[in-house]
Design a binder for this molecule. Sequence first.
Ligand code: MG
Length: 268
Amino acid sequence: MPKSKIPASAGRKNPKVEKKAALLVPKTPISELQLHHKTTCNRKYGFQSLGTHCLRYISPRAKELIESQKEGSSEQRVFHVAAFDLDDTLIKTKTGMKFSRSADDWKWWNENVPKKVADWLEQPFPADTPANTSRVIVVFTNQGSVVNTAKPTTPSKSLDTLIEKLNQIANSPALAGVPLLAYAATRKGAADKKAHLGSPPELHDEFRKPNTGMWKQLQRDLAPGTPALDVSFFVGDAAGRKKDFSDSDVNFARALGLRHIVPEDFFT
Ligand SMILES: [Mg+2]
C-alpha cells in the first residue's frame, strides 16, 4: 500500500497561526465599540481625534466627494481605494534613521512616489465603470508611540508632531487638492489610563494593523458610498519578509481580502 502523502501534522492546529488568527478577532463586538467613536475632538488643520485610538484627516476634496452623495439615491458613490502605509512606504526619514526626529524629517520613499500616485488617480476608468465611481488615496498607519489625549485642549508633543508632519504631506505639491483620507492608530497616555479616560483597550487593539478597525472607519466615513475591494489595494512594507520588522501590513490586507503590494513593486 502506498504511503499516504498527507503530512503527519495535517489536521493539527498550528499554535502560531491560531495566535495570529485570534489577534484579528476583536474581543468586543464592533457594534459596541462604535459607541466610542462619538468622542471626536477637533485638532489643528482639520485633523480629528476619535477617542484616544485614532487620528483622522479627510481632505477638502475627499469631503466634497463624500458630501456630494445623497443618501438612498443612485448618487451613492463607489470608491476605488489606493491605500498606503506611511513610514517606509510613502515616506522615509531624511536622516536615514528608523524614526523621524521632527515634523520636517521626512521625504518621499523614492522619487517616483508623487508620479505613481498621480498616475493612478488620473488613469482613465475602464469603459464599463459606472459614472458614480471615484478614486481616493488613503493612508493607514500604526503610530504606537504617539500619545493621543482625551483632553481636547492639550495635545501631546508626539501628537502635535504627527499632525504637523501629516499636514505637510497632505499639502505637498503631490497631494494638495487630492481626495485623501488618513488614519493613524495612536495610543493612550498614562494619565488618561489612570483616570479611565479615552477609548477602551479593545478599540486601541482593533485599530492597530493587522486588525481592521481603520478600514472599518474608512467605510463609515465614505458612507453611503462603498469602497470596491476587488479593484482597491494596499501598499505596505511590513510584509513578513526577512528584512521586515513585522507582517502587519500583509496580514491587514489579507484580513480584508484586499490586494497587498510591497513598496518596491509599486514605486519602482
Ligand atoms: Mg511601514
